[in-house]
Design a protein around this ligand. Sequence first.
Ligand SMILES: Nc1ncnc2c1ncn2[C@@H]1O[C@H](COP(=O)(O)OP(=O)(O)OP(=O)(O)O)[C@@H](O)[C@H]1O
Ligand SMILES: [Mg+2]
Length: 305
Amino acid sequence: MVAARLAFEGISKAFPGVRALSDVSFEVRPGEIHALLGENGAGKSTLLRILSGVFRPTEGDVKVDGVVQTLRKPEDARRAGIAMIHQELQQVPHLTVAQNMFLGHSLKRLGGLLVDRREQERRAAEALAMIDPTIDPAAPISTLKVAQRQVVEIARALLDKAKIIAMDEPTSSLTPSEFDRLAEVIVRLAASGVSIIYVSHKMDEVFRVCERATVMRDGKVVGMGVDLRTTAQRDVIAMMVGRELLLEEHHSHATAAVCLEARNLTTHRVRDVSFTLRKGKSWGWRAWSAPAAPNSCGRSPGPTG
Ligand SMILES: Nc1ncnc2c1ncn2[C@@H]1O[C@H](COP(=O)(O)OP(=O)(O)OP(=O)(O)O)[C@@H](O)[C@H]1O
Ligand SMILES: [Mg+2]
């Protein structure tokens, strides 16, 4: 049994009128890439905000290497070796790469009178060299692409000697080849012992880079330590939505009249979905808890997520 690098123990968080998290417990091992999955509003970002000292939990503890952490502000999390890469990068466009990496804790010289730009750039270059040596620490951050700016955030986490890096939907604005590059960086970081918590709605990416997952629904953990190498995507999605995805074609009805047809539907949740619903049978989602969808053209084929 590997000792946990990070443990959430019985975390609950209530906002006025909303219970965002209820008794959330799970562990992340050293050097593990751990997915945190769930539908919109499941509580993923709230949990990461607790981890990064932005929110305080109503109940429960966060432990790093077995020690309970008091995370009252982001600086506490930084000191505990926790870094957060946000979807919306919090960088100052007119500052250089190195200045952004040292934002809030610049290196000083002449008894604290001046910022030591040269030393900042040297250390920034050192951290960047581990992941992308092509990035110039002296370049204004606004001249970099989003993917490179994300790499700068990761390098900043390395400067802080982060042991845990949480990424909340890091690839939402990246192209597939930029994702490939980020995936390479993440895998390399994990191999060096850094634990990564990876939040994404893109299942293909999750299954490519992550080893295990915690699945959340309505603020609760519904799947703990799910092994992504041995679990099918559809089973993970079923856990997330609380329903089984049932694709069953009833050939006996293949000649029945078409009453609903969808071609290449894409939303933020599904990609390129096509189906034909014929009179007398359904082809679609069926709830775990609810009875099978009614077999009638005049009614809905069942919940569609
Ligand atoms: N500051 C807040 N005040 C009140 N309610 C909040 C606050 N932040 C989050 N919530 C609520 O807590 C619940 C969990 O939200 P959260 O943003 O953590 O979900 P999520 O899993 O990150 O969703 P998404 O995938 O859409 O990013 C939601 O019901 C949300 O409306
Ligand atoms: Mg979120």
